[in-house]
Ligand binder design. Sequence first.
Ligand SMILES: [Zn+2]
Length: 435
Amino acid sequence: MASLHTHRETSDALTSSDPAQGHIVGYRTICASNLKFPGNGVVEHHSCESPVLVNPQRYSSSVCALAEAGIHNLTSHLRCPPKIESGMPKPTQTPRAELHTHLGGAVDPPILWSIAHRQGIRLPSKDYWDFEAMVTMKPGSRNRDLDEMHNRVYRWTELIQSSPDAIAESVASVIGGGYRKCNLVLQELRFNPMFRNRKGERDLDHIILAATSGLHRSLIEYQQVRAGLILMMDRRLTPRENSIIVEKAIRYRHFGVVGIDLAGPNRARFSMRKVAPLFQHARDAGLGVTVHAGETGDLEELRYVVREIRPDRIGHGIALVDDPELAKEVAQRGITLELCPTSNLKNGMVRDLRQFGRIVRALQKHGVRFTINTDGPEMYGTNVHKEQELLRKAGILTPEGIASCNRWAFEASFLSSHTNADPAGPGGSRKADKA
Ligand SMILES: [Zn+2]
């Protein structure tokens, strides 16, 4: 066995030429071809008569892949299932789009933990599990309101993401994660750059540009995905600060910024009227416009947003249930709602799923288009597929209703209408538009 041929490989599916490290499972004359291993990349073989070795730790998947690739003379004790399953669970194979995800609630806690340590951020606990509890919401737990949510979770996640390296890694992880976990082939990811520059210590342009570099890196890694960034204004910022964010969004529209948003808990000094011209400015520059409105039941503000700002989309908008005339107007204007069921439940915006069901039925009655989103998948322990299942199992949406929401999400995406930037990447696919 000393003359075992070396296998040049890019995965650990096959072992090195040392038989002590692997099991010989057969011999074959190997054509120079690439063998694809599920989830493990590609292994190249030379043409030769070669023993085939399998790493014991990956025995099952490796052997099954060899069998499917036509390698003969496999030893008789091999047991393969009749069909190789892909790594993705079947229910998640439907191509999906998510339009409403906040970066502050979307990064896997272990990734955030590592980023925090790399930057030397002093965390309140030295135990990872305490940290995970801090940046996620346990089943059954609720925030009193949006302020509590921001003070409890976003305060930390925004601090950790407040450097160019940290935000680039965060953005890339969310776009890749969305594809792996529930087949998000289109994702719009939003964040407020002014909450990630340590109150002016870091340069805003560096933060935003790093986010776009993370976006493009993920699109090279996951070439089936299309994605874009939305920069957010906030009710807690001054009109001047919000205007800077809009200017930055316009400046980086060729780098993958596709839209502008406004969010944040309400403040007495905030006036939607004062920021209204900023939305028009963004729209004139070719950016999509969405606004967090009608989440907390403020109907006056929601009416102003629908009639005066006339956004392409509204984040939440669930207060429409209390104004049928406004709901009809939303439908007539072609405004699409970004619903986030678990977020609304966790933040006390709706009491229970029965109330959420009443909201959905009202939207359907008036012909309002809506999409299903997470608001922050890691923070709320969910994803778009789980949200859809939540509504289906509660009898709120049928499978056909879910398919409509999915289609509307692709149609309402700013990536579909965005002509200034094409962040689809070199291998980007536009087929998902028709999914
Ligand atoms: Zn939101």
